[in-house]
Ligand binder design. Structure first.
Ligand code: SF4
Length: 355
């Protein structure tokens, strides 16, 4: 992990001629060096989670970040304000499990109040939705992704190491009772040797409930570094299995979308496939990430990070903060290299990056 360049070189970035041109040229829109407009931020608010999903972390959990290392709500709000000025329009709150962070609805309300923010979304394992759905919606969260990898109690418990499927499904139903929360996405990580028997039950679930189910290919971001390409059950395999039972029709892809969505030919719902391994969607990627401890990651698979926490706590003003963000995003990776010779899995795990 390469440290940030800001603290050591006053005027480091901002002083360089190329950066003055970059700042002047795109003050209103954040661009990377490949000409992509960056408008979507995934913001992790904690690395903690009560689940122990096998594709994410070991049974004993991880060494959690200390509270002092986490960005405070005020630091997050300031950073979001500057990022929205630079063209970030959609912010997704992630974790670990974001609802583990105390008073998360208060943070959501602070962010939802930022002028220019278009959409505030949340990805959750659903465990605390029954408790928090009302407060989140009234705080301004408009989009919800709920992670559910199996609809069968034993298998859910086998995957998450927690026997709480009922509570998660009650949380989903609570969320669904709020019209403002729709469309609700239900995300299932697809793993070979586990998900095959979940495919049709999930298709039926999407047909019988107001949820859009999406299958996400297993990615090499697990804490055990045990991922192999053979563990990936591809979106195309799942699509074909569903189509054989419930015919599907493709929908046009929205630019920068991660999912390829299909509607059931008989009109009973939609289903999606997020295929970062078999069908990468990097070409029009518009996303960056900030971790709970304030590190800017320009790609999910970045091998370097930029320390924004040091900038926020180092006395920098908003223009200097902006210059650091622009400098880092200008070097955003063109794509991930999963499957390429020499692919290196990042040190930071999915639980500490956020979806
Ligand atoms: S792997 Fe990186 S470049 Fe590709 S879509 Fe994800 S964040 Fe964007």
């Amino acid at each position: 992990m390469v440290g940030s360049a800001y603290p050591s070189a006053p005027g480091g970035f901002a002083g360089r001629p190329c950066y003055r041109r970059v700042i002047a040229a795109a003050r209103t829109q954040l661009l990377d060096g490949h000409g992509r407009a960056i408008s979507d931020l995934r913001l992790s608010v904690t690395d903690r989670c009560g689940f122990r999903c096998r594709y994410c972390m070991p049974a004993e959990g991880m060494r959690w970040l200390d509270r002092a290392d986490l960005l405070t709500f005020e630091e997050i709000e300031r950073l979001m304000r500057v990022l929205v000025q630079m063209g970030i329009r959609d912010v997704r709150l992630t974790g670990g499990e974001p609802l583990v962070r105390r008073q998360l609805p208060r943070l959501a309300a602070m962010l939802a109040a930022i002028p220019g923010l278009h959409e505030l979304a949340l990805t959750t394992n659903g465990y605390q939705l029954e408790r928090d759905a009302h407060a989140l919606i009234h705080a301004g969260v408009t989009r919800f992704n709920v992670s559910v990898d199996s609809l069968q109690r034993e298998r859910f418990s086998e995957m998450t190491r927690r026997d709480v499927l009922d509570k998660v499904l009650r949380g989903l139903a609570t969320l669904a009772s709020f019209p403002q929360a729709h469309p609700i996405k239900v995300n299932a990580v697809a793993m070979r040797g586990f998900t095959e028997t979940e495919v049709i039950p999930f298709a039926r679930f999407a047909r019988e409930h107001p949820y859009e189910v999406r299958f996400i290919e297993f990615m090499p971001l697990d804490a055990d570094h045990a991922w192999t390409p053979d563990d990936v059950l591809s979106g195309e395999e799942i699509r074909a299995a569903i189509h054989a039972v419930y015919p599907l029709e493709p929908e046009p892809r929205t630019p920068s979308a991660t999912a390829r969505t299909f509607r059931f030919a008989d009109g009973r719902g939609r289903i999606g496939f997020i295929n970062p391994v078999s069908e990468p969607f990097c070409a029009d990627c518009n996303r960056i990430r900030v971790t709970a401890d304030g590190q800017l990651r320009t790609c999910l698979f970045s091998l370097r990070e930029t320390d924004l926490r040091a900038v926020l706590r180092g006395g920098a003003d908003d223009d200097e903060l902006e210059a650091v963000v622009r400098g880092a995003v200008w070097r955003k990776e063109l794509k991930h290299h999963i499957g390429d010779p020499g692919f290196v899995q990042p040190d930071r795990t999915m639980s500490a990056i956020g979806g």
